[in-house]
Design a binder for this molecule. Sequence first.
Ligand SMILES: *[C@@H]1O[C@H](CO)[C@@H](O)[C@H](O)[C@H]1NC(C)=O
Length: 125
Amino acid sequence: MSLHGRSVWLVLVVTLVLSVKNCVGTNRVVWLANTLTPAQNLAITCSFGEYLGGYLVTPEDHVKWENYDDIYDFKCTLEWSDEKPHVFRMYDEYRDGDCNPCLWFVKQNAACRFNGTFTCYKWRV
Ligand SMILES: *[C@@H]1O[C@H](CO)[C@@H](O)[C@H](O)[C@H]1NC(C)=O
């Protein structure tokens, strides 16, 4: 193979790898801020497929997730004060397919996504 032929191959392979990576969505960023009122700590436990992660988010602070392969199975349990825990799907392809980064603001009665305007989803659990 000529040198030229080889570099064409290299470009093709790199392009293919990059586009596959984009399709899988491994570069999606999900960001969540604690905007509870009155100000208080927010405890989050999230599962990404097999993996489990716990976070304590102080008032007005935030957490950020990136490059999780199992983002399609990304669920969190959110708890504060003595209220019962809320379970929320932090990423849903149908609901959130258009956001990157996906910006969430946790409020007392709902999780709100911001994309210029706030869209709030009341806790159902
Ligand atoms: C923001 O999100 C809402 C709810 O998903 C959607 O209806 C709206 O079109 C989005 N706005 C922009 C500017 O993307």
